[in-house]
Design a protein around this ligand. Sequence first.
Ligand SMILES: Nc1ncnc2c1ncn2[C@@H]1O[C@H](COP(=O)(O)OP(=O)(O)OP(=O)(O)O)[C@@H](O)[C@H]1O
Ligand SMILES: [Mg+2]
Length: 230
Amino acid sequence: MRLKLNLDPKISVIKKRLDGVKRIIAVSGFKGGVGKSSTACVLALLLAQNGKKAGLMDLDFNGTSDEIILGLKKEFPQEIEGLEPPLISGVKFMTAAFFARNKAVNLRGEEITNAILELFAVTRWQNLDFLILDMPPGFSDAALDIIRFIPRAEVIIVSTPSALSQNIIAKAKAALKNFNIKITGSIKNMSPEGINFDGKLEAAYGRPAKLLKTRFAADLKKEIERLSLY
Ligand SMILES: Nc1ncnc2c1ncn2[C@@H]1O[C@H](COP(=O)(O)OP(=O)(O)OP(=O)(O)O)[C@@H](O)[C@H]1O
Ligand SMILES: [Mg+2]
């Protein structure tokens, strides 16, 4: 009961902070290494390139990677009645990496949830067409808490053709249904039925202009059109 009383004010602040955001899309994979972060970053870059107001938030606190994919340099959030995310290649970007530069984020369990809620509560997204959330892998507390505290988030599921990925996806879909979470679509990564394996993807990390010219981006663009996100 005490926990609920403590969290309530934060939740109403978060709701207000997200008032100007039209759609919140959580890129989830429920499994590690399937391409969630690459998809989330390139998705945000493609939406911005297409004239949409796009934001990206890396919620994989224990393993942030979007700052590397986007090639973060000296940008840092500005403090103006909260934290104003810097613009990286047209994408408003927020990550725990801003505050833990070059060190692992050493948080566990409830601490992660609190840190995520804190980041949501202080970030000024203002008006966005899309806020893309790069989700932590699996059904961790953090993943479940995000879904619980941001009830209007929709989910895009990233999977690979591996039987291991497909097995967990089937379970995840059932669980999301239980939580009444909207599944906007699924994207198969490293698959001829979705985003092909792209041997040049790694070399483009850190350079958004180059990332947008990869086969990965071209394939993801088709998926975005299929999911009617443009
Ligand atoms: N379509 C692709 N072609 C080639 N390599 C890919 C592709 N998609 C992802 N990768 C590679 O797979 C690895 C994992 O990708 P990424 O970090 O995006 O996945 P993730 O699901 O976010 O992982 P984690 O669970 O660790 O957060 C990276 O080394 C990336 O370069
Ligand atoms: Mg990731």
